[in-house]
Design a binder for this molecule. Structure first.
Ligand SMILES: [Ca+2]
Ligand SMILES: [Ca+2]
Ligand SMILES: [Ca+2]
Length: 474
């Protein structure tokens, strides 16, 4: 797997770190002034973070200039599944292969994004609750290569998770789907503006050729747009306080979901829930659950009678309709955290992985869609804490074949979030197969990239702990 041994950045006193930061900033300015090309990926034999000045500038690239994009929820579809092949072995299970010190740059880490750099390797950005961010770069073999600070206005990312955008010349930018030009950046070829009005709702202005259309979107303040494979935008809409659970950021949930085609100019469609139901979440998952080549929309719907249940929606020519629903939990204010749709099944069957009641002893549950029914096929009561009650961070669990054995694992925080536990389906149950120790509780979402080396791509995984370390398993 790795060509070189694991490399750890030695902790430095804060003053020395600030001095190095200042020197790096000066060097960056000089490099920019001289028009120096991006530094080559460092020789894996002699990685040295502090000696290498990398050319990373801040700036959100224009749509056609975009090289790669990183989401806190793994994919633009909101499906937290990495489709490559990881190489986690026994070395990495005891310790991450790369560590960066984040404290000193970002006080309270909340978000982690990662995307591929055009010169190889990846860029990792840690964003704090106050919007301050720091970017680190790793090379192809996990060697570190410098950092830059990115300053954002307070609370830029308190309502919407940051999205990392890397330009073709390596520039590093952050945006959100609610930024004015955010969707324009994420959808090359489209021309879209999202303008929030004074009442906190928004208008999407979509331009095709020399014609523009404007669609009113009542998704304030914190619904995030998911992007389908055909560029259709999906968002929860119609804010309502009729289910005051308050598990996800505030007491307002959603009465409907909208689908807005961007490419072909067709009209938007809406699926309105029953009067006592709400979508309890910030965005749905888009995934082709039944394998017919068309994405379904997966959401968690709650009410005061039954608590949460899972629903699968189809978006056809006549609009959206509910195709299947799970049994509800049965108690009000009990939530289910939908994580990913992936080939979890023992024979690669597509299943939806969820953590039921993640705040009070989370149970991993796996569902299959068959004959228009959404049925639980396996569960494991391990007390998994995939969500912090009240937080807008819904991305602390992911799916992928992280150890390269051909089976997809669900990676979830343990009860105290001091480790990430890999769950694998077997027969009619699931089992814990390995664990990544963090040393301090998980503070951010899990992020990753799939590096394009090898036929399947290699999954690299990262997480930030509460005491301020960015850990990367490469
Ligand atoms: Ca809400
Ligand atoms: Ca489908
Ligand atoms: Ca595996």
């Amino acid at each position: 797997m790795k060509a070189n041994g694991g490399w750890h950045r030695a902790a430095t006193p804060r003053r020395a770190r600030l001095l190095k930061l200042a020197l790096a900033a000066v060097a960056l300015i000089l490099a920019a002034a001289c028009g120096a090309p991006a530094a080559p990926v460092t020789d894996p034999g002699r990685p040295n973070l502090d000696a290498v000045v990398v050319s990373m500038d801040y700036g959100v690239p224009d749509g056609p200039e975009v090289y790669s994009i990183g989401y806190t929820y793994a994919n633009a579809s909101g499906n937290r599944y990495f489709s490559g092949t990881g190489g986690l072995g026994t070395d990495e299970l005891s310790s991450a292969s790369v560590r960066f010190e984040v404290s000193g740059f970002v006080d309270i880490p909340m978000w982690l994004t990662a995307a591929i750099h055009p010169d190889g390797g990846a860029v990792w950005v840690v964003t704090g609750v106050d919007g301050k961010s720091v970017a680190f770069r790793t090379g192809l073999y996990g060697e570190g290569a410098g950092h830059i600070l990115i300053d954002f206005p307070l609370e830029t990312f308190s309502l919407s998770p940051p999205i990392l955008v890397i330009g073709k010349s390596g520039q590093v930018g952050l945006t959100t789907t609610r930024a004015v030009d955010g969707l324009d950046t994420l959808l090359p070829g489209a021309r879209i503006e999202f303008i929030e009005d004074g009442a906190g709702n928004g208008n999407l202005r979509i331009t095709r050729g020399d014609r523009s259309s404007t669609i009113s979107v009542r998704n304030a303040p914190d619904a995030t747009f998911m992007i389908g494979s055909d560029s259709t935008l999906y968002s929860y809409v119609i804010s309502t306080d009729r289910y005051p659970h308050g598990a996800i950021g505030d007491q307002n949930e959603w009465g409907a979901v909208t689908a807005i085609p961007v490419a072909d100019g067709a009209g938007a469609s809406l699926l309105l829930l029953n009067d006592d139901d709400v979508f309890e979440g910030l965005y749905p998952i888009l995934a082709d659950f039944d394998g017919d080549g068309v994405e379904e929309i997966i959401g968690t719907v709650s009410n005061r009678t039954g608590g949460a249940r899972l629903i699968v929606i189809e978006n056809g020519k006549t609009g959206m309709r509910i195709a299947a629903e799970s049994e509800p939990i049965g108690t009000a204010f009990r939530w289910t955290h939908q994580v990913a749709v992936a080939p979890f099944g023992p024979n690669g069957e597509m299943e939806l992985a969820t953590i039921r009641t993640p705040h009070i002893g989370g149970v991993a549950e796996f569902y299959r869609l068959s004959d228009r029914k959404l049925e639980r096929v396996a569960s494991l009561s391990g007390g998994y804490s995939s969500h912090v009650n009240g937080s807008r961070n819904l991305d602390m669990a992911v799916a992928g074949d992280f150890d390269g054995d051909g089976n997809v694992e669900l990676l979830v925080p343990s009860r105290n979030r001091l480790s990430l536990v890999a769950l694998r389906r077997s027969g009619e149950s699931a089992e814990e197969v390995w664990e990544l120790w963090l040393g301090s509780p998980l503070a951010t979402n899990l992020a990753g990239v799939v590096l394009p080396d090898g036929s399947d791509g290699r999954i690299i995984l990262g997480a930030v702990t509460r005491d301020g370390e960015l850990l990367i398993w490469q």
